[in-house]
Ligand binder design. Structure first.
Ligand code: DX5
Ligand code: ZN
Length: 219
């Protein structure tokens, strides 16, 4: 499967956001991970619609929007209008997940479903044909820079196997605590979309991105 790097701008320097995004794009990243936090579903508050709106058209990267908000169905249309290419919603945050996925698709946007570290991948079984991407959190959502939870490897393997049995090649994205030292194991387990915040934006961005892409070719 095609391997894709999705730099998470949560770790970017917002004084020079445009420049940092350009560096990601010029060095081969294909997605841009955009973490929306509401202070309810997760304890912190990040950024939202106006920031996304200003990125729309300013970059060719696929805008990969991770909604860490309660009842995301309320905002699906607005995020679609603001430029989201993929809208990923938490299983734990939706009263009616199917209706939320339908609302995303009705806007012509790809839908992703994300589960927290403590949520069993079995909950995804009824939705295996309903989403274009599954996102497994490998840290508790809410903050960048946390350590990867090793149990995530089993979850990635189990989900990839569930998808294989169904004969579908859906993207599995993994988010949290990924670094150059563990990314090969994450890919080997069956993930193909890699989110990274601090290990891209803290330091030499060009070098960090190309380092990931070299590892993608080797894994
Ligand atoms: C955490 C966010 C992540 C975060 C990852 O709630 O969903 O996308 O930016 O950051 P790192 O790569 O630093 O763990
Ligand atoms: Zn995220």
């Amino acid at each position: 499967m095609k391997r894709i790097l999705s730099p998470s701008i949560l770790a970017a320097d917002f004084k020079v956001l445009g420049e940092q995004i350009r560096t990601c794009q010029e060095n081969g990243a294909e997605y841009l991970h955009f973490d929306v936090m509401d202070g309810m579903f997760v304890p912190s508050i990040s950024f939202g619609l106006p920031v996304l709106e200003s990125l729309k058209g300013a970059t060719n990267l696929t805008l990969d929007v991770h909604l860490m908000i309660v009842e995301p169905i309320r905002y699906v249309e607005e995020f679609a209008r603001a430029g989201a290419d993929i809208l990923t919603v938490h299983y734990e945050a939706c009263k009616d997940l199917q209706a939320t996925l339908d609302a995303i698709h009705a806007c012509g946007v790809k839908a992703g479903i994300v589960i927290n570290p403590a949520t069993d991948v079995e909950v995804l079984r009824p939705y295996l044909h309903q989403a274009e991407m599954f996102l497994l959190m490998s840290v508790e959502p809410g903050f960048g820079g946390q350590a990867f939870i090793p149990h995530s490897f089993d979850k990635i393997r189990t989900l990839r196997e569930m998808l294989n049995v169904q004969g579908v090649e859906t993207d599995i994205e993994v988010d949290g605590g990924i670094c150059h030292a563990n990314v090969k194991a994450v890919l080997d387990a069956g993930a193909n979309v890699i989110v990274s915040g601090s290990t891209i934006f803290h330091g030499d961005i060009a070098k960090n991105v190309t380092g990931y892409l070299e590892l993608f070719r080797e894994a």
